[in-house]
Design a binder for this molecule. Structure first.
Ligand code: G4P
Length: 295
């Protein structure tokens, strides 16, 4: 059957020019940029201009929400970035899993710079970091995990604009308290759909039922057993790719009926999106490395 066209999702990020300017200003103050991506959709959660903004500055990619993504796929994404010359770590900033590798990885990425500091008699010069990522990718969760209670006790430093403060972490690292908010590639309809599935663009104008049906179709494609298992879908239900068929079967199998026996697809849609976002269907990745150009 022919692949359906992606949904037309309208989303208008505000303050893009201001964000871009703030980010450029902050970039000059740090030694390394921590770029957070969503492990389920690394390509879609990547800002299209990040390379231009970061320039030659060292970068570390964190594939966050690894608890919600397929472990083997996330491992392949890490390899993929490393082969492209960028360090990448899989983490879960909600539980903190994977973060014990954070400081060592940064010291490794910045090893040449550390050696230069030492050669110039600046042993122990703090390494300054800034966290960037699209909305809801986990920037605050990461900062809270790393900085914890230390956040409240920071001082303003000369040369640092008000609102930007440094939090001292262990291992000689200093973290900029304010993360950089990036915008996603909102002009690519597939990307927009992926961001809507994961809940990254909560303020988008969406047709929830159409979105949930598309999501069901994507899961049926990447992890059919997980979908079938969660919603007790029979083979015929799972392979029926007519519009709304999967969502209707899911609603039916969950007994979501309106008076008169009509299946409540709206309720089924809200439930499916909720369960997917909460990881209840299982750990699954919607994007594989090498699948698309321009990663
Ligand atoms: P942001 O600053 O980049 O906008 O993102 P933020 O840290 O606020 O995180 C957005 C949502 O993602 C939060 O959920 C947060 O708990 C969740 N989250 C962050 N990191 C992870 C992770 O590694 N795994 C999982 N499963 N979730 C993560 P929320 O529902 O908005 O808030 P809450 O109910 O969790 O407090």
């Amino acid at each position: 059957m022919k692949e359906q066209a992606p949904l037309n999702i309208q989303w208008f990020p505000g303050h893009m020019a201001k964000t871009r300017r703030l980010m450029r200003e902050s970039m000059g103050l740090v030694d390394l940029v921590v770029e957070i991506l969503d492990a389920r959709i690394p390509y879609s959660s990547k800002n299209p201009e990040i390379r231009k903004m970061v320039g030659q500055k060292p970068r570390l990619i964190l594939l966050n929400k690894a608890d919600l993504a397929d472990r083997e796929t996330t491992r392949r994404w890490c390899d993929y970035y490393r082969k492209a010359g960028v360090s990448a770590l899989a983490v879960d900033c909600k539980s903190g899993r994977g973060l014990n590798g954070f400081a060592p990885e940064i010291r490794q990425v910045l090893s040449e710079q550390i050696a230069r500091f030492e050669a110039r008699g600046m042993r122990g010069r703090p390494l300054r970091l800034m966290v960037v990522g699209i909305p809801n990718v986990g920037k605050s969760s990461l900062i809270n995990r790393l900085a914890g209670g230390r956040r409240a006790k920071v001082e303003d430093r000369p040369g640092v604009t008000r609102g930007r403060q440094w939090v001292a972490l262990s291992d000689g690292l200093e973290l900029m308290d304010m993360p950089g908010v990036l915008w996603p590639k909102f002009d690519d309809p597939i990307v927009a759909e992926n961001l809507a599935f994961t809940g990254a663009i909560k303020d988008a104008i969406l047709d929830t039922e159409a979105l949930a049906d598309r999501l069901a179709g994507r899961i049926a494609h990447v992890a059919p057993a997980l979908l079938a298992n969660r919603y007790k879908l029979a083979e015929a239900q799972l392979s029926d790719r007519r519009p709304m068929a999967l969502l209707t079967s899911i609603g039916q199998n969950r007994g979501m009926l309106l008076p008169g026996g009509v299946i409540d697809t709206e309720r089924a849609a809200i439930m499916l999106l909720d369960e997917y976002r909460g990881g209840k269907i299982g750990a699954l990745s919607l994007e594989q490395p090498g699948e698309r150009r321009g990663e």
